[in-house]
Design a protein around this ligand. Structure first.
Ligand SMILES: C[S@@+](CC[C@H](N)C(=O)[O-])C[C@H]1O[C@@H](n2cnc3c(N)ncnc32)[C@H](O)[C@@H]1O
Length: 261
């Protein structure tokens, strides 16, 4: 799969942070209270966005282990946070190799919608054996709404969501359905699971993010190949004008999950 651009991750981080459900974030932090020296493993950490969301809210020191396969993103995390975090490069598909020793809480953000059903089930079974809790934020749920509608919106969304099901490095992805499978699998493994909506809201002050997000949607529907090229161009022109001139609002549905045994 292609790597994630650190500038894209940086641009989305403030919107992600605002979108995270405060109750579930609070519950994840609360779950660490009984541990004298909690350890948190953040999988698919990127440059450390979940570390930055959790660490200022912690009431006691915790050890953060950040795990990703992309060395460039880990280098950026090192540049940003020095020795405040432990960094581990590895492939999540090697589930048996995940550094879960002493881990109280596994965290992830914007990760599980990339994953296949088989990966999710194997991952949950493995984490459940070790008894760690899971906080998985910002899983795309298939809903995108624009404040100004266009006749092609529905067809674009259908193509975009279908494209999300391609292989993102974990086998065929569950895309917008991943969060439900993750929640269901956690329940089957004895977890008490809470879910909450965490929609992105991009407004006039997020024009750069909106433009990059739009570019990603257009790339995906081109690749999927079900829509006429001219129609795609008209739709994209309309959307770009809305962003440039009117700063139109765009909402992208996400779901947060917190699970504890
Ligand atoms: C959408 S980004 C999210 C990054 C970060 N959690 C955030 O919210 O900013 C997905 C992350 O998963 C990582 N990733 C994808 N496939 C992986 C794999 N097989 N093993 C380890 N990390 C992986 C990517 O490198 C990327 O950092």
């Amino acid at each position: 799969m292609s790597g994630f651009d650190r500038d894209w991750l940086a641009l989305r981080e403030p919107v992600d942070l605002r979108a995270r459900d405060a109750d579930l974030l609070g519950a994840a932090i609360q779950s660490l209270e009984s541990a004298s020296a909690p350890t948190i493993l953040d999988i698919g950490c990127g440059t450390g966005s979940t570390f930055r969301a959790i660490s200022p809210r912690l009431r006691k020191p915790a050890h953060f282990r950040l795990f990703d396969h992309d060395q460039r993103l880990l280098d950026e995390a090192r540049r940003l946070h020095g020795d405040a975090v432990e960094l581990i490069q590895g492939d999540l598909n090697e589930i048996g190799e995940l550094p879960l020793t002493d881990v109280n809480l596994v965290t992830a953000s914007a990760l599980f919608d990339l994953c296949s059903e088989q990966f999710i089930r194997r991952f949950v079974a493995h984490v459940a054996q070790r008894g760690a809790s899971l906080y998985a934020a910002l899983n795309y749920d298939g809903r995108i709404r624009w404040s100004k509608s266009h006749p092609l919106d529905e067809a674009v969304l259908a193509s975009f969501n279908a494209h999300q099901l391609s292989d993102k490095g974990f086998g065929f992805s569950l895309g917008p359905r991943a969060w439900e499978t993750l929640a269901g699998s956690l329940r089957e493994n004895g977890y008490t699971v809470r879910t909450a909506e965490s929609p992105w809201t991009m407004a006039a002050d997020h024009r750069d993010l909106q433009r990059l997000f739009l570019d990603g949607v257009v790339r995906a529907i081109h690749e999927y190949g079900q829509l006429d090229e001219n129609e795609i161009r008209d739709w994209a022109d309309f959307r770009r004008k809305m962003i440039d001139r009117e700063g139109s609002l765009c909402q992208v549905g996400h779901q947060d999950i917190f699970a504890i045994r």
